[in-house]
Design a protein around this ligand. Structure first.
Ligand code: NDP
Ligand code: HSE
Length: 430
């Protein structure tokens, strides 16, 4: 059989593993696909740095590599440009694309899907969300006959690694982030991880697939973990909870029966009994709730070279099989065109920790502000200290807007010394 010719863009944490596995398992790939796979070139920035792949494959001219006689372009560079232009060039020329690039897809997915549709090429991106976990194909294919209502989970390995270490050993934020970078979990610019951009891109991809609607990264409410303190983690522990960075994509139906989509990424306290609470290190886990299927949970390694390469190579095999069969895989579908709700309307429970003066009437003043904003209190815990007191309030479900108004007003009360932390609570009855 004529070989399937593959160009790879990038040879870092993920690309190195893709090249290694492609070489080590060449015979198996040929048997599974029905044609051998030939890696014809690898584009990098600094060829002298790459001793792990044959020097003759390396080039700094990614444009010429994409334009050369190849069937598939595997992209593991990351970021928006020059990758967007390179992949459009490949797709416009009818060359299929496999990419791990969530940032690009969450921003320019529709443009890329349209180019693929126009030329009849494939674009596959399983590795872009949750590393090794087969998640996008189940959403796009296995669950295509069901109605998905909610997707919620841990989709960023770096932040989960950091929060797990802070929680388990009290390790510091900066040193743990450094370790995550060393292990190849973090993005080239790790602020993408800690500020929630990476998880927001993934949430946009998940919501788009789950709800057949175009959701971009800009539609996602995003909060990262840089403001999470050891005091937040200790407060959570005191209440039998743990702090996780969650991505939550929901189908919402309002009182008039109008459907919309809400997508958010933020740290949240979840009960220790919740299955997501025990997801540690760089592992990811995602719950999908669908009408007929009920609850499904996907769990596995969410970051790292080899796990991500597994997903990239799964896509490469699928795309190569399509080429051998003379067809293409399933297309993206955005027929539902549901509106995206603003975060102010999202309803969750909150944990609020305050430093207050320890004297009579303080609790009633604070409680009055909650009542004034129609935010119902579920739990109050007060601990006296020598000069002041710590007051913890957990609310029933309240809108983001109502909670912001409550906290702003409480912060201005003379009896409140400091609003120590405000964090959402998920995974409990509202
Ligand atoms: P790295 O930073 O380790 O590697 C990036 C590679 O791209 C390097 O080989 C670099 O070359 C090359 N490169 C950068 N700019 C250019 C350019 N302009 N032209 C040609 N080559 C270029 O990234 P990762 O391997 O970690 O990630 C790659 C992609 O996979 C990203 O989209 C990331 O989000 C995604 N991903 C990563 C995961 C992970 O765990 N690391 C998991 C899931 C997805 P050089 O080495 O010469 O500088
Ligand atoms: N930086 C990402 C993470 C890589 O930590 O999850 C996997 O997408």
């Amino acid at each position: 059989m004529k070989p399937i010719k593959v160009a790879m863009l990038g040879c870092g944490t993920v690309g190195t593993e893709v090249a290694r596995l492609l070489t080590d398992q060449a015979e198996d790939f040929a048997a599974r696909i029905g044609a051998p796979v030939e890696l014809t070139g690898i584009a990098v920035r600094r060829p002298n740095k790459h001793r792990e792949v044959p020097a003759e494959l390396l080039t700094t001219d990614a444009d010429s590599l994409v334009e050369s006689d190849v069937d598939v372009v595997v992209e593991v560079i990351g970021g928006i440009e020059p990758v967007r232009s390179l992949l459009l060039k490949a797709l416009n020329a009818g060359k299929s694309v496999v990419t791990a690039n969530k940032a690009l897809l969450a921003e320019h997915g529709p443009e890329l899907y349209a180019a693929a549709d126009a030329s009849g090429a494939d674009i596959y991106f399983e590795a872009s969300v949750a590393g090794a976990i087969p998640l996008l194909r189940p959403l796009r294919e296995s669950l295509a006959g069901d109605r998905i209502n909610r997707v919620m989970g841990i989709v960023n390995g770096t932040t989960n690694f950091i929060l797990s270490a802070m929680s388990a050993t009290g390790a510091g934020y900066a040193e743990t982030l450094e370790e995550a970078s060393r292990l190849g979990y973090a993005e080239a610019d790790p602020t993408a991880d800690v500020d929630g951009f990476d998880a927001a891109s993934k949430a946009a991809i998940l919501a788009s697939l789950a709800f057949h609607t175009r959701v971009t990264a800009g539609d996602v409410h995003r909060e990262g973990i840089s403001a999470v303190t050891s005091a937040d983690i200790a407060a959570a522990r005191g209440l039998g909870r743990t702090v996780k960075l969650l991505a939550i994509c929901e189908r919402v139906t309002d009182a008039e029966g109008v459907e919309s989509v809400a997508v958010r990424v933020h740290p949240a306290m979840i009960p220790n009994s919740h299955p997501l609470a025990s997801v540690g290190g760089a592992f990811n886990a995602v719950f999908v709730e669908a009408d007929a299927a009920g609850q499904l949970m996907f769990y596995g390694q969410g970051a790292g070279g080899a796990p991500t390469a597994s997903a990239v190579l799964g896509d490469l095999v699928a795309v190569a099989r399509n080429i051998v069969a003379g067809g293409r895989g399933p297309r993206e579908s955005a027929y539902a065109e549901l509106p995206v709700r603003p975060m102010g309307q999202a309803s969750t429970r909150y944990h609020i920790s305050l430093d207050v003066a320890d004297r009579p009437g303080v609790l009633s003043q604070v409680a009055a502000v909650f009542a004034e904003h129609d935010v119902s209190i579920a739990v109050v815990r007060q601990e006296g200290r020598p000069v002041d007191a710590s007051l913890v309030v957990v609310t029933h479900a309240a809108s983001d807007a109502a909670l912001r108004g409550t906290v702003d007003k409480i912060a201005g009360l003379p009896v409140v010394r400091e609003v120590v932390s405000v964090m959402r609570v998920e995974g409990e009855e509202s």
